[in-house]
Ligand binder design. Sequence first.
Ligand SMILES: O=C(CO)[C@H](O)[C@H](O)COP(=O)(O)O
Length: 218
Amino acid sequence: MTQDEMKKAAAEAALAYVEAGMIVGIGTGSTANHFIDLLAGIKGKIDGTVASSIASAKRLEGHGIRVMDLNEAGQLSLYVDGADESNEHLHLVKGGGGALTREKIVAGAADKFVCIADDTKLVKVLGKFPLPIEVIPMAQALVAREMVKLGGNPVLREGFTTDNGNIILDIHGMEITDPVTMENRINQIPGVVTNGLFAIRPADVLILGGPDGARTVG
Ligand SMILES: O=C(CO)[C@H](O)[C@H](O)COP(=O)(O)O
């Protein structure tokens, strides 16, 4: 099985969490795209979706799936999204696609967060994947200096602007042994919109696609 087939296997397994009449929160990235394409097959079952990025909204609409504003949708039953890394506690690093802030908002509005990934994403300690931070542009240098103090090596994601008009700093070289504390700490730096740690609100279920199909953790 290729890595992409493993992502698809995880996305297929997540369909089991979709119930009639739900408004489903939808993540961003290649694994979420598999989920969107599969959701198209059962679109009559759901009332609508809330997208975590312009790209996902376009893909959903391309399938004729209703996309709603989160303020209109209210509390969601389910959020389905990928991740760049997960530890065994389902603390995640997200934001490889730069959609971390809207992902965190939609995840925060959902009763259940089902994370879908290929099994290479499961790690002992978070931080091998550079941690993305969305930053208001005028705070770039300040946030970079503060992240060096926290032991990281910040690198500007060149030529990239988030859906919210901000920049991304990718923080290399950090071993994140206490994700909850680190998530809170980084979010205290002025100019940080949010960081890609999902530990204060981790995933509730992790579905990992592997060579033998999908398995569920948590
Ligand atoms: O956080 C994300 C986007 O901001 C994605 O969920 C993460 O980057 C994983 O992407 P993929 O499913 O393509 O491996």
